[in-house]
Design a binder for this molecule. Structure first.
Ligand SMILES: C[S@@+](CC[C@H](N)C(=O)[O-])C[C@H]1O[C@@H](n2cnc3c(N)ncnc32)[C@H](O)[C@@H]1O
Length: 293
């Protein structure tokens, strides 16, 4: 795949740039949403460097391995499954088959939660992440909220393998179980409950991007006909866990902004139910406060 550069042997840098450009075109033709970024990430992965360090690569002799991973991405295998790593806020997480790949839109949900906990001015805030997957949300909160006590729960055996690796050595207490019945020992003591649960309506299966539909676990994506089945249950769990005045934050699909705040209704013991957009200005998460007695 190497090109000639005016008779002189091409420098490793020119070869790398030419190959990344070719890979970008192949990924674009395959419908990959961010072809240049992915072509660079894959080159960085093959060379064992970070994307921002690609200019330091001296050895252009990586053709076979590069085109092998480009072909996998062309077939719409998620970038993060190929590289085995996913970036989330300030974290680098291990991910792969069996666990949901954390998404950038969830970063703004966590950002809101961090602000909410800081505004509470509690010395050792107690935080629960329901449906933790790779552990991304719980780990980000443990890292960014000093002295927080962070608990996380996940039901899937396969996802737990990844979550356990990621939380090792952190302050996150990880448990296996159903989010709906989790942490009875924390009832009424939690300052913030956060969740990015499965929320895609089963009726939208055919519209889901191939990376998610074919590689994210089904249990991580779908929740009943309208996508809200688990969120309706989590409303009760959050109410049970929170102390009066505590806050719940739940991510949802961009089509559900009109519905989810209504689940956190006043007659069910909530106040200040509101919906919030993500960085693309699409409805993305609902928040509410447990009413004082
Ligand atoms: C959309 S993924 C989100 C994972 C992670 N919170 C994140 O944002 O990257 C939803 C996760 O919920 C888990 N899950 C689904 N139903 C559950 C339940 N009843 N109890 C606990 N976890 C559940 C799935 O296995 C999956 O890991």
């Amino acid at each position: 795949m190497q090109q000639s550069f005016g008779g002189r042997p091409p420098s490793p840098r020119s070869v790398l740039l030419a190959e990344v450009a070719q890979a970008t075109q192949r990924l674009a033709d395959a419908g990959v949403p961010s072809p240049r970024t992915d072509a660079e990430e894959l080159a960085a992965f093959v060379h064992g460097v970070k994307r921002g360090e690609l200019h330091t690569v001296k050895d252009a002799d990586f053709d076979a391995r590069y085109w092998e991973v480009v072909a996998r991405r062309e077939a719409r295998e998620p970038l993060q499954h190929i590289t085995g790593r996913a970036y989330f806020r300030y974290l680098e997480l291990q991910v792969g088959p069996g666990v949901f790949v954390p998404r950038p839109e969830t970063e703004s949900v966590v950002g809101w939660a961090i602000d909410a906990v800081r505004a509470m001015d509690v010395v050792e805030p107690c935080i629960v992440d329901l449906c933790t997957g790779s552990g991304a949300i719980a780990l980000a909160l443990a890292q960014e909220v000093p002295r927080s006590r962070v608990y996380a729960v996940e039901l899937s055996d396969d996802a737990l393998v990844w979550a356990r690796r990621n939380v090792e050595g952190s302050r996150v207490e990880l448990r296996q179980g159903d989010a709906l019945t989790a942490f009875p020992d924390l009832d009424g003591q939690v300052d913030l409950v956060i969740s990015n649960p499965p929320y895609i309506p089963l009726t939208e299966w055919e519209y889901v991007a191939p990376e998610a539909r074919d590689h994210d676990p089904e249990m991580a994506l779908f929740s009943g006909e309208d996508g809200l089945e688990l969120i309706r249950g989590l409303e009760r769990t959050a109410h049970r866990l929170l102390r009066p005045g505590g806050v719940v934050v739940v991510e949802h699909a961009d089509t559900q902004g009109g519905q989810v705040p209504w689940i956190f209704a006043e007659d069910r013991g909530w106040t200040d139910a509101a919906d919030h957009p993500d960085l693309n200005n699409r409805p993305r998460f609902a928040t509410a406060r447990k009413a004082l007695p």
